[in-house]
Design a protein around this ligand. Sequence first.
Ligand SMILES: Nc1ncnc2c1ncn2[C@@H]1O[C@H](COP(=O)(O)OP(=O)(O)O)[C@@H](O)[C@H]1O
Ligand SMILES: [Mg+2]
Length: 354
Amino acid sequence: MGYFDPEPKRRVEDFFDMEEEIDELKRGLGASKLVVVSGLRRYGKTSLILTTLNDMGASYVFLDCRLLPSGMISASDILYILEGELSSKPWFRELAEAVEGVQVGGFGVRFRRRDYRTLVRVLESLEGRILVFDEAQELRRSRYRFDYLLAYLYDHVGVRVILSGSQVGLMYKFLRVNDPSAPLYGRPLYNVRLKPLSPDRAREFLVRGFEQEGVEPPLSAIEEALELFDGIIGWLAYFGYSYTRLGLKDPRAVLGAAARLAYEELEHALRVFAAARPRYAAVLKVVAERGEARWSEILRFVEAELGRIPRNTLSNILRNLSDMGLLSKTEGGYRIPDPVLRHAVRRYLRLTAT
Ligand SMILES: Nc1ncnc2c1ncn2[C@@H]1O[C@H](COP(=O)(O)OP(=O)(O)O)[C@@H](O)[C@H]1O
Ligand SMILES: [Mg+2]
């Protein structure tokens, strides 16, 4: 495996060293029972968490919350992904005998009942381990208050929890750490924020990645890729993969393919807005086309395209898009932080779904 392999990295050997971030995460795990790893999609959160935990030789349980069904989530849905993950852990098989309602066999681990009490009991049995909820903002769609369960673990169970999220605003809304009436209020948590690579680090990532593949692209291709993909490690890896494995050597062509992918993800994300989708699309459109757009410019464009829109409705749309990490606020207004998404919106997004 090399840097350009598309799966999240798990081993230090395959991991382009983000030494500072690894140290941060380790420090966080030493300092607090709740660590939050945030950063937009493809900034390398999953890779950082898995590589760090493996490097520490930590005993952990990793739950990918994207595997949860759409709509409201129940305890049973979480138990279902726990079954899959715990089946692969030899230590849990030994421990499982003692947990009521758990069956262990050649099939792996099965929970006889899939209710809230079982979920609590299983989580209690993870004493001493690290529990990771990847893409934790999905837990906000829970039928019961998952934040209470996290607060219970925090207060009464010796497990450390890592929450990671790409939709950073949504994740913090779910955690409500600054809301005195929320269960997690006042519990210190440790934040690890991932950022894009600096231009120098990004260049180093590409150069070393190509070396691993024994390929030497022209310098101009590297420079262009750095321009197009900023320092987003996931897109840089995608470029390297496309170049070396798919023979797609023109960075602009790779940008097109990447934008197609970003566009599919965007359409999926916009589905929740149903009938309001055209307004969301119009906001993204004007921001993408201008590069950066002020509130008043956005308002003018949306009204010209779709007719009058109440001011507070527009504010809500801007807040939701920001919470999802699709927009970010700047001094001059709003922009789309991901250059590939910016390109995707310009090129593929239509105001009305086709
Ligand atoms: N430190 C790293 N070294 C090498 N490749 C990385 C590194 N971090 C991320 N990647 C690659 O970038 C892509 C996105 O990484 P991932 O960890 O899935 O990001 P996130 O969880 O933030 O969306 C994957 O292809 C992954 O292999
Ligand atoms: Mg991830």
